[in-house]
Ligand binder design. Structure first.
Ligand code: ATP
Ligand code: MG
Length: 361
């Protein structure tokens, strides 16, 4: 069976370090592994509109930001198709059929939807489109017959929902759709990177992010004001590692060369943690170290971004090419699904013939 990747992001803002460690970094590794037959990376503008219907300009302007972020981290349009969700009509059509296979109660139980409804303060005013976005997401994944979806942990309930829809569809209509597997980072903190405020998840909507496109000065300011251990007041106080965002980010980003290069008094991250726990290590020192670690990772990303920023037309060409390729695949799956559902009246010559025979007799 072909190995296919589908993954994506909402164009609600620029991409941040949470996206990077949760999904982007892995996508690039998978892309370059050569183990996949096809890769689809989707800018999920229709999904973004489900909770931003009154702000289309925000979605429009962020398409290019997300595309630039993709290219800057090393997504290669020769190896991966970058596509715009709203330009793939088959996705909406598939969603509408999948809606018949899911109950309202099941959607209400979806923990990610629950958490996001609460975070957005929707209370009882949840837009229907937002409420049903797990179903559209199933359409996105299955349209490309994706086998692997690299994403952050918050998407786990979505993939489970997709798998249920696939099983139900195949059971009723026959084996057409493919059940995807989620691919999470094997680094625990990368599955759900907290925000700079220490909050559960770095998120565009919470404004607690460090963006891939932040310049050095902004990065420095954000790190210097990051949440650490509120009880670690004087340098000599013992400090906590658990819930200390600076250490969480070091867990996500630090590589062994960072110590000889930037902090040679320590052999590894565990040594640094031990010293912090014992007392005698100040927040400023660990923050300055984190800045260097992040700078090393982000500098080449910023450089690539600035090259692509000089030719926006070519970025749109990349999006158009990726979207065209995606349409071909999604249309083929839709045709297969419609044939299985017996709603392919005009393509089915046997139908007319058999009905004619019925009337002839
Ligand atoms: P929004 O607030 O608009 O929902 P977001 O920051 O949650 O934006 P999405 O576009 O919803 O970003 O998520 C895109 C991908 O990035 C998903 O695979 C998601 O799991 C992953 N992701 C987002 N935030 C994090 C995070 N803090 N840690 C790890 N992965 C993340
Ligand atoms: Mg999100």
């Amino acid at each position: 069976m072909a190995e296919i990747i589908l993954t994506g992001d909402r164009p609600t803002g620029k991409l941040h370090l949470g996206h990077y460690v949760g999904s982007l970094r892995q996508r690039v590794v998978l892309q370059n592994s050569g183990d996949f037959d096809d890769i689809f990376i989707m800018i999920a503008d229709s999904q973004a509109l489900t909770d931003n219907a009154d702000n289309p300009e925000k979605i429009r302007t962020n398409i290019i930001e997300v595309a630039l972020d993709y290219l800057s981290v090393g997504i290669d349009p020769d190896k991966s198709n970058i596509l715009i969700q709203s330009q793939i009509p088959a996705l909406s059509e598939l969603s509408s059929y999948y809606m018949n296979l899911v109950t309202v109660a099941r959607l209400q139980r979806n923990p990610t939807v629950k958490a996001e409804v609460e975070m957005r303060g929707f209370q009882s005013n949840v837009p229907v489109g937002f409420f049903t976005y797990p179903i559209s997401q199933a359409a996105d994944i299955t349209a490309f017959k994706a086998t692997v979806v690299p994403t952050g942990e918050d998407q786990e309930p979505m993939i489970e929902q997709t798998r249920e829809i696939v099983r139900k569809f195949n059971q009723i209509y026959g084996e057409v759709l493919v059940e995807p597997k989620i691919l999470l980072s094997d680094n625990k903190v990368c599955k759900r990177l907290p925000g700079t405020d220490g909050k559960a998840k770095m998120s565009k909507s919470l404004g607690n992010g460090i963006y891939l496109s932040d310049d050095s000065e902004t990065l420095k300011q954000k790190v210097m004001s990051m949440y650490t251990d509120p009880d670690h007041i004087r340098v000599e106080d013992p400090g906590k590692i658990e819930g200390n965002t600076v250490f969480t980010y070091l867990d996500a980003f630090c590589v062994s060369e960072d110590f000889p290069d930037f902090l040679p008094d320590y052999g590894c991250l565990d040594d640094l943690k031990e010293h912090y726990k014992k007392g005698g290590l100040g927040d400023v020192k660990i923050k300055k170290f984190l800045i260097k670690v992040l700078e090393r990772e982000l500098t080449p990303i910023r450089e690539r971004r600035s090259r692509f920023e000089k030719d926006i037309a070519s970025v749109y060409d990349i999006l158009k090419t990726g979207t065209d390729a995606a349409n071909r695949v999604a249309d083929a799956t839709l045709s297969e699904a419609k044939a299985a559902m017996k709603i392919n009246y005009f393509d089915d010559t046997a139908l007319i013939k058999s009905q004619q025979e019925m009337y002839n007799n």
